[in-house]
Design a protein around this ligand. Structure first.
Ligand SMILES: Cc1ncc(COP(=O)(O)O)c(C=O)c1O
Length: 395
């Protein structure tokens, strides 16, 4: 009998799905390395620190104790409680465990929020440049993506009036991300307050992506949930990936009004069933244990930020503002006369430095590159030297 291989016929929605090109650049960089080239990785969006030993030990102990079975789709009650306390205390608000949904990484909260709230043709406001999955998911569910810009002269903070002007009767969701990937910008209390005043009477939700909330180098992290009337409208997205250097563990959460949390949990039941139980036990240890490793990691990122930003500002054609949070530098490269993608490709192939084009984060990222400084100061210095030599010859 012969097997017939039919043409792959995918559902139409698959055409609307985007991707994260950080992973593609990583593959290309690894291919160059396999061919014997040395590459410095400044494209990756994850802390280069190990997960703290007390967290690793809590997971190992949980495995030995048999936390190896299905758990509740909402997450373990003890972790929901610990998250409610930690997330609330840090923001000066009170959360109930029933408002917490635990997920494998924070990304599902993004997907579930959009799936649960956005109908065909509904408008969703999102940052451009921004985390590419926002736009991908809005398109995937048939929503209408409405980008808003982050002006460089304002250190990539949002233009509050610009956002409020874009709201229409079809607007269902506004996505905020602070500290912001890829610009490193962070929203000030004053901007958030004005935004809250403009949003409080609107019938819409806000997805507040605060995954980099503890990676802030100046001032205090402020969240929209802190302003009157906003807690009920906000889905707070956060997790363990960046704060505790746990990207591979897949542990994140959303905090939102309890009736909406129940819908997220229903989506969990329909997709992942639950988040790995021993990972959640480790999450409790992370929240309740010594926070010293987090503070030391932030201090080290602050040190690297200076090296990275000062170095970029010395390159001909580059102009880089001081990012306030996350671990990304986002220089304006229009002075080089090159397009972003072209420059990123040349730096990888000819200088051995992997970074991302601003356009990996949306069309309005043209004119910029993103460098992650989740790498050693030694490697950052080396990358800057290599880029300096390349720029001297080519710009
Ligand atoms: C802005 C932003 N939100 C969410 C995530 C996803 O986090 P997680 O790995 O916990 O799913 C990332 C990861 O890069 C991110 O940059």
């Amino acid at each position: 009998m012969t097997t017939i291989l039919h043409k792959l016929r995918l559902a139409e929605r698959m055409d609307r799905l985007g991707t994260e090109s950080a992973f593609e650049v990583l593959v290309r960089a690894r291919a160059l390395e396999a061919a014997g080239r040395e590459v410095i990785h400044l494209e990756i969006g994850e802390p280069d620190f190990p997960t703290a030993p007390n967290i690793v030990e809590a997971a190992a102990e949980a495995l030995r104790q048999g936390w190896t079975h299905y758990g509740p789709p909402a997450g373990l009650p003890e972790l929901r409680q610990a998250v409610a306390e930690d997330a609330g205390r840090r923001r000066g608000v009170s959360f109930d465990p029933s408002e917490v949904a635990i997920t494998p990484g924070a990304k599902p909260i993004m997907f579930f929020t959009i799936l649960a709230l956005v109908n065909d043709g509904d408008e969703v406001l999102y940052p451009n440049p921004g985390f590419p999955i926002y736009e991908s998911m809005i398109n995937f569910v048939g929503g209408r993506p409405v980008p808003y810009a982050l002006p460089e002269p304002e250190d990539f903070e949002v233009d509050v009036d610009g956002i409020l002007e874009k709201i229409t009767v079809r607007t269902r969701l506004l996505i905020l991300n602070s500290p912001h990937n890829p610009t490193g910008g962070a929203l000030s209390r004053e901007k958030l307050q004005r935004l809250a005043q403009g949003l409080v009477d609107r019938d819409l939700f806000v997805l507040s992506d605060e995954i980099y909330g503890r990676l802030l180098f100046e001032g205090e992290h402020t969240s929209l949930v802190q302003f009157p009337g906003m807690k009920e409208k906000t889905i707070l997205l956060d997790g363990f990936s960046k704060t505790y250097a746990m990207t591979g563990w897949r542990l994140g959460y959303g905090v939102m009004r309890a009736d909406l949390a129940e819908q997220m949990i229903l989506l969990m039941t329909n997709s992942n069933s639950c988040t790995a139980s021993f990972t959640q036990r480790a999450g409790i240890a992370a929240l309740e244990g010594d926070q010293g490793p987090v503070d030391r990691m932030v201090a080290e990122f602050r040190r690297r930020r200076t090296v990275m930003v000062d170095g970029l500002n010395r390159l001909r054609g580059f102009r880089c503002r001081q990012p306030r949070g996350a671990f990304y530098a986002y220089p304006n490269i229009t002075g080089t006369g090159r397009r972003s993608q072209e420059l990123a490709d040349a730096l990888l192939k000819e200088a051995g430095v992997a970074c991302l084009s601003g356009t990996a984060f949306g069309a309005w990222g043209e004119g910029y590159l993103r460098f992650s400084y989740a790498n050693s100061v030694e490697n950052i210095r080396k990358a800057l030297d290599w880029m300096g030599a390349w720029v001297a010859k080519n710009v």
